[in-house]
Ligand binder design. Structure first.
Ligand code: NAD
Length: 375
């Protein structure tokens, strides 16, 4: 962040990487909304660097990103990312070509995934309304099942073998547990569920459980429990109110957070932040959904996930009032029934974006944010 001495404006440099599929559609919508919000607020400016890193770039040049990509990103205050994945490029090439190198090399080890039911949005769960499902899933984002360790031997022969090794380090597990207990402590219920599978995964996940118990001693005000990942899926569906903050491994949280998004109405709503809590490097913010080939180019992608993502990014940058104003505007629009088809509505991406911009322009929130509804 830079302060503009002439205008007193706070300036942030944002690296925008829309990527593939609906990524460019929802990131363009998000940047439009952010511009309106910044103009309306008058206290900060976003200087956006646009990067075309994508599968299209890979097809043309053989690389998703240029060689100096990480140094370019390190100059940013935050990264605003769309999605990566194309029908004609294998998924492991796209993921390991763009998103994972950014998360791993910038040590964004804490992935946060809030989920809740917005006003006007229906959960597929019977009798579950707004307020009944309000979760924060914390995903270990640097090792575990996605550490990239493994290989293949005897390729193409009948005895071919492939290994996929999960890595759990004491420092890696301890830092994500400390982060998760800390996040649970910030929320009103101060309740954390540690998701595990230590009955079957008897090395890495036993270490995971042991470290959870050790770290818990430093957070006596946080109530915590432990749940096997399979039982957790049942609990999320059958007893959503019993859950608040959740911490899980890279793979487990990846799966649980898609379920969480669906239970809150749609994958198109949910945001995520890939966070470096120590702020050595910029953090990266993205909707949790992928490229969504089935709706790419149709103009119906739900932009709410990218708006909520933008709000998380502002919060991380310290613009907490603006972050709340943005979420309030999105809630107003959802409550008014301006919803894309994934939420049962008929609005287009452009309709929802326009409505959020109008809500922001017309909103009469006090400049200090005192009259912003609680979020
Ligand atoms: N972070 C990422 O970049 C990321 C995440 C997940 C998947 N992917 C990639 O995206 C590609 C497609 O993956 P997938 O089909 O498993 O998952 P996906 O999230 O792209 O789509 C799953 C379903 O959700 C719907 N959906 C997703 N976002 C939506 C939105 N904003 N509005 C309305 N509907 C939405 C899609 O139409 C589809 O029916 C693959 O190449 C995959 O590897 C990338």
């Amino acid at each position: 962040m830079n302060a503009d001495t002439n205008t007193q404006l706070r300036r942030y440099r944002i690296a925008s990487v829309p990527g593939d599929g609906i990524g460019p559609e929802v990131i363009a919508a998000g940047l439009e909304v952010l511009e309106v919000l910044a103009a309306r607020n008058g206290t900060f400016v976003l200087d956006v660097d646009h990067y075309d890193w994508s599968s299209e770039r890979y097809r043309k040049t053989g690389a998703f990103m240029p060689d100096n990509a990480l140094s370019l990103l390190k100059e940013a205050d935050a990264i605003y990312f769309g999605a990566v994945g194309a029908p004609d490029v294998p998924d492991h090439i796209t993921l390991w070509g763009l998103r994972l190198p950014i998360c791993q090399r910038l040590d964004q080890y804490a992935n946060i995934r809030p989920t809740r039911i917005f006003p006007g949005v229906k959960s597929p769960l019977r009798g579950v309304e707004e307020g009944d499902l309000d979760w924060l899933i914390v995903r270990e984002n640097s090792e575990g099942e996605y550490s990239g360790h493994g290989g293949r031997a005897h390729v193409g022969l009948p005895e071919e073998v492939a290994t996929e090794t999960s890595i759990f380090t004491r420092s890696g597990v301890e830092r994500i547990m400390r982060f998760a207990f800390g996040e649970a402590r910030k929320r009103p219920r101060k309740l954390l569920t540690v998701v595990t599978k230590s009955n079957a995964q008897r090395h890495g996940l036993v270490l995971w459980d042991e470290i959870a118990a050790e770290v818990a001693k430093d957070f006596p005000d946080v109530t915590w429990d432990k749940e096997l990942v399979d039982a957790m899926t049942f609990r999320m569906v059958a007893k959503p109110k019993s859950i608040d903050t959740v911490v899980a491994t890279n793979l487990h949280a990846d799966i649980l957070s898609d379920l969480a998004a669906a239970l809150a109405g749609s994958l198109g709503i949910a945001p995520t932040g890939n966070i470096d809590p120590e702020r050595r490097f910029p953090s990266m913010f993205e909707p949790i959904h992928g490229s969504a080939f089935d709706i790419t180019g149709k103009g119906i992608a739900n932009p709410v996930g990218s708006f909520w993502t933008a709000s998380l990014m502002l919060e991380h940058l310290g613009e907490t009032v603006a972050a709340k104003i943005l979420i309030s505007a999105v809630e107003q629009v959802c409550a008014a029934g301006i919803l894309t088809p994934d939420l049962g509505g008929r609005a287009t991406t452009a309709d929802v974006t326009r409505a959020v911009c109008e809500a922001l322009r017309g909103s009469n929130f006090a400049p200090g944010g005192e009259n912003i509804p609680a979020v």
